[in-house]
Design a protein around this ligand. Structure first.
Ligand SMILES: C[S@@+](CC[C@H](N)C(=O)[O-])C[C@H]1O[C@@H](n2cnc3c(N)ncnc32)[C@H](O)[C@@H]1O
Length: 247
């Protein structure tokens, strides 16, 4: 029989599990769509900044010819990036009010990072900060959830009366998460059962909240600073990928 020792943590990031939780293939696919847009609209790009870079899963896939920069609100993640990508430069800051004394050819954010901002005012100030850090004609590339994600999640929860996720096993333990939808907020209620050297499991709890807004509202806020070059629906309309150019 497995013995459990329940100790709940708050939202301190659980860095050591991240790599096992995130698919490398998914990170490569995110790097691919960023690189495709660069190839199409900004072939000569040299300096690239990722906002909300996490542990650098996407940045490691960018070719060495680029000078890479990353920013994240969590210091633990940035420390992993610094070890992992010594040639990069990294900053701890929220993306909605960051200030870096440099300008970039491309700024991107991948994996619905913008949805993690608290409210739409923070979305707007992120767009402004990005614009201020772009070189002339610089690109802003990002993907976010659309309201269809909220509708589909509600539908799955009602239809199957359960979360869409199942328990996943990793070398260091088990992971499980459950989605909750309330208004325009999608919450991921996550549990990590971490295997301890004594054979017991420690329960770690995390909550991630994402706020989701209508596409028309996003487009209108973006248009204040950018020309929208592409707005492509993905994942059956649950996500949208924007490619924008600084005005
Ligand atoms: C789903 S992860 C994505 C990481 C990475 N972009 C990738 O594709 O692997 C979301 C990241 O956004 C970061 N984040 C959340 N809110 C943020 C904020 N206000 N400013 C900067 N980073 C933030 C989190 O710390 C986390 O690293």
């Amino acid at each position: 029989m497995v013995k459990y020792e329940h100790r709940s943590k708050t939202s301190k990031p659980f860095v050591s599990f991240w790599e096992s939780l995130t698919s490398k293939q998914g990170a490569r696919a995110r790097a691919h769509y960023v690189l495709e847009s660069i190839k199409e609209y900004r072939k000569q790009a040299k300096k690239i900044l990722e906002i909300g870079c996490g542990i650098g899963m996407v940045l490691v896939n960018l070719p060495e010819r680029y000078a890479v920069y990353g920013l994240d609100i969590e210091r633990d993640y940035i420390e992993v990036c610094r070890r992992r990508i010594p040639r990069g430069r990294f900053f701890v800051s929220s993306m909605h009010n960051f200030k870096i004394d440099e300008k970039f050819d491309v700024i991107f954010s991948a994996n619905d990072v913008i949805n993690f901002l608290k409210d739409f005012d923070q979305w707007k100030s992120t767009f402004k900060a990005v614009n201020e850090h772009l070189n002339r004609d610089g690109l802003f590339i990002f993907d976010v959830y659309t309201p269809k994600m909220l509708r589909d999640t509600l539908h799955w929860l009602e239809k199957y009366n359960r979360s869409t996720s199942s328990v996943k096993e990793f070398p260091k333990g088990y992971y499980y998460d459950k989605e909750m939808v309330k208004g325009n907020t999608l919450t991921w209620d996550s549990r990590i059962f971490e295997r301890l050297p004594n054979g017991l499991y420690q329960l770690n709890k995390y909550r991630f909240k994402e706020t989701i807004y209508p596409v028309a509202k996003m487009k209108s806020a973006l248009s204040e600073h950018f020309e929208i070059l592409e707005a492509n629906l993905r994942e059956e309309g649950r996500k949208i990928l924007f490619v924008c150019r600084k005005r």
